[in-house]
Design a protein around this ligand. Structure first.
Ligand code: SF4
Length: 95
């Protein structure tokens, strides 16, 4: 009985439902994109590659704070010292 009452509304409710789902999908994509952009901006603030204590070696990335080197924890690192020499300290054996 209920189905028979809703039957005339199906041509209206289906497009509205599909449109609502598409709007929610678009909102979710926009929110995920914003989160990804914010995360990338934060990762680009990591100063380690321009730091004098950064070795470039995968086994010991930093001689001062190896646990936070190249992580988000290094963004506000108090031991950051601008690198004055261009050549990396890493040798071929590190890679
Ligand atoms: S001292 Fe700080 S900024 Fe420099 S390489 Fe180590 S963690 Fe990164």
């Amino acid at each position: 009985m209920l189905m028979l009452c809703l039957l005339p509304w199906v041509p209206i409710l289906c497009p509205v439902g599909i449109f609502s789902l598409l709007v929610m999908l678009a909102i979710a994509i926009i929110a995920a994109s914003r989160d990804a952009i914010d995360h990338l901006r934060r990762l680009h603030q990591i100063p380690c590659t321009g730091c004098a204590y950064f070795t470039g070696c995968q086994y010991l990335k930093c001689t001062v704070n190896p646990s936070i080197a190249l992580t988000e924890g290094a963004v506000a690192c108090r031991d950051f010292a601008p690198n004055s020499h261009i050549q990396p300290l890493c040798t071929r054996h590190c890679k």
